[in-house]
Design a protein. Sequence first.
Length: 85
Amino acid sequence: MKKAVERLPVEVLPEGIVQVNQSAPVKQKLRAEKEARNAVAASLGEDAARYLQQLEDTMAEIRAEGQPVDFYTPGPIIHSKGMTF
């Protein structure tokens, strides 16, 4: 992830990471400072850990209910090339 961040045109804002669109060749882009890359990688790691914990908490709640999980989705499912009923 750290290697990808140093090449991606992104800005780290308090609300999250925003992609910055640029119209220059990749070789002309300035490389981000090491501290900035490390900060972005740490932020992404914290976000991932938080989302994983939320998922684990949700799964624990579902398992604690003791009812079987119904994987059927009622209603149509929209695909990029049509619909499934």
